[in-house]
Design a protein around this ligand. Sequence first.
Ligand code: ADP
Length: 322
Amino acid sequence: MFVRDKILKILKEADGYVSGERISGMLGISRAAVWKHIKALRADGYEILSVTNKGYRLCSEPENILSDRLSAALCTDHIGRNIVYMNKVDSTNEEAKRRADMPDGTLFIAEQQESGKGRLGRLWESPRGGGIWMSLLLRPDIPLGRVSEITLAAGLAVCRAVGCGAMIKWPNDIVIGSRKICGILTEMSAEPDTGTINYVVCGMGINVNIESFPDDLKAKATSLLIETGERHSRDEIAARVLNEFEPVYELLCAEGFGAIREEYARMCVTLGREVRVIYRKNETIGKAADIDENGTLLVDTENGRIPVSSGEVSVRGMYGYA
Ligand code: ADP
């Protein structure tokens, strides 16, 4: 048994506080060493109180995503069949890119991201134990130009898995009401000369048991806990997302976005709403009218119908766009 596990055992079995001196005596290590391990345990999510003249008391343990529980709930062929489970990582997308030689469908999942990523270098808040911070490593056999459709497939899968009235804000957010519960970030590596895809990394951040958000996010972010008043099992939801993702992804690769377009459009909160888009470097206002066979958003403006395939789209009434 490692020293840290021995310390944990002592704290768990104790009835109340245990002094540092007592622990150091029991394990034959210095009090400074005890303190060092306590600090490391705290960094790993154990809440340990320390009170002068009394000692340490374990208040709560981190809730972990158990990768074996997740695996047991999977009914996929290759998605998530290989799992890289991490306690803490900068970003699961970055880790997947660093380890892009792993098998197709490998899942990278972490308890906490220190610099979770949104689009355009934005940060994704990913507190320990608060959500599902995961990325899939994929090697799709599709033309380069269709990679962005994978974001749409992932959105549909998350929407199905989360329930609770979740809808898709085209292209990459899942919302409940007017607030975001999940963001999806797809990145890829391809050969510039041949256009061959080396790999695609599809990252998803799902807010599950986050109790409250920092002030600057309150108006635009929500979690399943906030919506339902209950905590949810992250491993079960993660497995549901992967179980939903595999068939949608396979259909998409085989037949194109057109095959999932109808369901996507039904789940898409953007359609029919007033939107503000950046089109050819200019801001334009219009009404989101449709999504075409390639997953492109079609917006009706004063100057006719324009296609929006990426970039910035604000939906009126969401995330503070009044
Ligand atoms: P958007 O497309 O909405 O601008 P991104 O996909 O770029 O968003 O995601 C990053 C943004 O999402 C951040 O700038 C922040 O406003 C918001 N955000 C960060 N963390 C979270 C979170 N855990 N839940 C919901 N929204 C978040």
